[in-house]
Ligand binder design. Structure first.
Ligand SMILES: [Zn+2]
Length: 142
């Protein structure tokens, strides 16, 4: 079976995936397809790595900087109370990081964002909202 994130990388490179926020040297930053947590984004490595330890040493530092730039841009764009970041990969074993901005009015603030996973698909964005949110993050990437 084709890896869904390798497929997404391929679709990005052929301009068929409209959620791209920014292309870094080693990764792509995407707006999440659902926005249950406003500002939810995902950073995906261009290459298929199952574990972080599979990333060649020479790329690790650059990739970490890309992660920090993404983190900072999302934080500046949405002003969350706290950013949650996670990389699991049990379902899709291609290294990626989820960025969940968490807000003060979040009823489940002390819990993992994944506990609300069943509600994620209830908050989809229209193409206009998608462009607005993408630009909001893009404006904060330096
Ligand atoms: Zn992959």
């Amino acid at each position: 079976m084709t890896c869904p994130l390798c497929l997404r990388v391929e679709q990005t490179q052929t301009h068929q995936y409209p959620y791209l926020i920014h292309e870094f040297e080693n990764s792509y930053l995407y707006l999440g397809e659902h926005q249950y947590y406003r500002g939810y984004c995902v950073l995906v490595t261009k290459e298929h790595y199952k574990e972080m330890t599979d990333i060649p040493e020479a790329k690790r530092e650059v990739l970490f900087k890309e992660m920090m730039i993404a983190h900072s841009a999302i934080e500046k764009a949405f002003l969350p109370k706290k950013m949650n970041m996670c990389s699991l990969g049990n379902v899709v074993p291609h290294i990626h990081w989820h960025f969940f901005p968490r807000y003060a009015d979040d009823a489940n603030f002390n819990n993992s964002p994944w506990l609300q996973m069943h509600l994620f698909e209830t908050v989809k964005v229209t193409p206009d909202e998608r462009s607005e949110l993408i630009n909001k993050v893009k404006d904060k990437i330096f």
